[in-house]
Design a protein around this ligand. Structure first.
Ligand code: ADP
Length: 587
């Protein structure tokens, strides 16, 4: 059997099976019993042929036959009982795995869903657990049978005529060697690459489907999803290379295990060279009956080895999610005195990144102040905003709201104090009413309407067939990116939290939408502490203070006028921005 790298998958499976683990053991035991019961009728058959050839007591043929049939029926029933045990435990393992995963996922930092991609997580929860279920339900019983059968067969094959048995074993041994070479060292890695490729394709496909509104808005083609196309091309190349790599060992394996008959013919010629006698005929007939079993057993072993590698890969993926450190729940009852945000010597590095996304940033935002973060792409603006709402925990330093470290606040309390509208804030496939109401579950229809008005969404509602009851994404009701962002603003308006974090959308900047989004932002940010991540400088000029980020550091801050006088990065950015506006007008 293909040896996989040392990984105690059965121990892990039994942990997930809990009280059902004994059913797995019972299932395997019954499968072994059934395998032995299946082999005995072959011996009885040999006895029947011998009795017939020798013309002995014909009555005993009947007894042998009845016994053989009873054993076959019995073996089948025992095998069904084995499958029943393995299925019940498999369903239990799958259910336990899924509920453990879901319990863990709920506790994970929000940033994980960006980092790993929701598509990948979905695939692990549904597909990796399904692989485990199939393995326990089917492969485990098959594997037990496949392990018992060759041993029993060897006994039978050598018990009657070891010379013929030996000749029959030659192709079986060569086939086995071919199989081992396929399952060699790099195989587990190959299985991982295969699953990785499937996972990437699945998450890119999800992104592609999610991006359909953008594609429609901009009239783009599938080629705008280059990563999606690249991963499909990559998968195609990987599978071709993999198939070519296994071409010779697989051909050898299939040829050998199906060539046992050919060797039997050679054996028959060799052993009948000096005349035919009944004993030789009897043995050859017996081998004709029994050799297909060798083929079946070897094929089963090959497939169960592959299934085991798939299982190990699936379990490792589940482990990866279970190993992500959950966000520690803050337990303090301390309530913030006001809504001042203090960023105190904060540094942050993404998991597996080689450099800091933020380095030693110290900023203080007063309660009720409207501030903007600007800076080149990749300078750390989004990261800064995400840390404020604990998408991740800072690597060094602290973020405090009203003097209380956000790490110490219960997450539900923190969420009540902050509303955020990020560029990729997504709507769920429910009515607009329900989507907006998520901001305040007990809001009346009138309150939701009021929030939609403030968020400048009335033009969207008016054109939809069922107004606020229209389900988004159903029957072709898609909203453009900008329209979706306005609906998420309505949700934040309804929530009415004292701190607002807004990531200005760049991707959907058609002029009409931009004006409306801006008006909605202005409306919702009255009397609130506002943190705005600005991608266009036109929108920040009225901010109380502007923080200029560069390479993970805050390099300048002040009002627009102060920063212009400073003659630094902001001024350079602003001048370039002004030039681009002129260029656009000129064009
Ligand atoms: P901005 O919003 O200013 O464009 P970001 O905060 O998105 O910048 O990014 C800051 C830095 O962190 C960049 O170098 C970016 O490549 C890196 N980064 C952003 N998100 C991730 C992530 N999920 N994993 C690893 N690195 C990231």
């Amino acid at each position: 059997m293909g040896k996989t790298e040392k990984y105690d998958h059965m121990k892990l499976i039994k942990q997930y099976a809990g009280g059902h683990k004994h059913l797995i053991t019972l299932g395997r035991f019954l499968a072994a019993v059934s395998a032995v019961m299946t082999l005995i009728p072959y011996y009885l058959l040999w006895r029947i042929i011998r009795i017939a050839v020798n013309g002995e007591n014909l009555d005993s043929i009947k007894i042998h036959a009845i016994l053989a049939v009873s054993l076959i029926v019995g073996a089948l029933l025992v095998y069904i009982a084995a499958l029943l045990c393995t299925h019940i435990s498999a369903f239990r393992v799958q259910a336990n795995m899924r509920s453990s995963l879901m319990r863990r996922i709920i506790t994970l930092p929000l940033g994980v869903f960006d980092e790993d991609g929701t598509g990948k997580i979905r695939r692990i929860v549904s597909d990796s657990t399904a692989v485990t279920e199939t393995y326990i339900a089917h492969t485990l019983a098959d594997k037990t049978v496949a392990a018992i059968t060759p041993v029993g067969l060897l006994v039978l094959v050598f018990a009657f005529n070891w010379k013929i048995g030996l000749i029959c074993m030659i192709p079986a041994v060569i086939g086995f060697i071919c199989m081992m070479s396929m399952m060699g060292k790099g195989m587990q890695q190959k299985m991982k690459e295969y699953q990785d490729a499937l996972e990437t394709m699945s998450s890119e496909a999800t992104e592609y489907v999610r991006g359909v509104p953008v594609v429609k808005t901009f009239g783009q083609t599938v080629h705008s999803f280059k990563r999606f196309k690249d991963c499909i091309d990559g998968y195609g190349k990987w599978t071709t290379d993999y198939t070519l790599m296994l071409r010779f060992p697989m051909m050898g394996f299939m040829t050998c295990i199906n060539a046992i008959f050919a060797f039997l013919v050679i054996a028959a010629f060799l052993f009948t060279k000096n005349g035919v006698n009944s004993a030789v005929i009897l043995n050859i007939m017996y081998y004709i009956i029994i050799t297909p079993l060798v083929t079946i057993a070897l094929t089963k072993i090959a497939y169960s080895g592959e299934a085991e590698m798939n299982l190990i890969d699936a379990l490792k993926r589940v482990d990866k999610i279970m190993e992500i450190k959950p966000l520690e729940e803050g337990k303090t009852n301390e309530r913030p005195a006001d809504f001042e945000i203090e960023i105190d010597k904060v540094s942050f590095r993404y998991k597996d990144a080689t450099r800091n996304a933020l380095s030693d940033v110290s900023i203080s935002i007063k309660s009720g102040e409207h501030v903007a973060f600007v800076g080149p792409s990749g300078s750390g603006k989004t990261t800064m905003a995400e840390l404020m709402v604990r998408f991740f925990d800072v690597s060094e330093g602290a973020i405090k709201i009203g003097g209380v470290d956000v790490k110490n606040m219960p997450s539900s309390y923190l969420m009540q104090q902050v509303s955020f509208v990020f560029q990729d804030s997504r709507l769920i496939k429910k009515s607009i009413l329900e989507n907006v109401r998520m901001g305040k579950p007990d809001a009346s229809d009138e309150e939701v309407m009021e929030a939609l008005k403030k968020a400048q969404c009335m033009d969207i509602i008016e054109k939809l067939p069922n107004g606020i009851h229209t389900v988004i994404g159903e029957k072709g009701t898609y909203l453009s990116g900008g329209e979706q962002q306005r609906i998420t603003i309505a949700r934040a308006v309804l929530k009415d939290a004292p701190i607002l974090i807004l990531d200005e959308a760049t991707a959907f900047a058609d002029p009409d939408n931009e004006t409306k989004v801006q008006a909605a932002f202005d409306e919702m940010s009255k009397d609130k502490t506002l943190v705005m991540i600005a991608h266009r400088l036109s929108t920040v000029m009225n901010a109380d203070r502007i923080f200029v980020m560069d390479d993970g550091r805050c390099v300048e801050y002040g009002t627009h006028e102060e920063l212009m006088q400073l003659n630094g990065l902001y001024r350079r950015m602003f001048e370039e921005y002004s030039k681009s506006i002129e260029w656009k007008v000129g064009a």
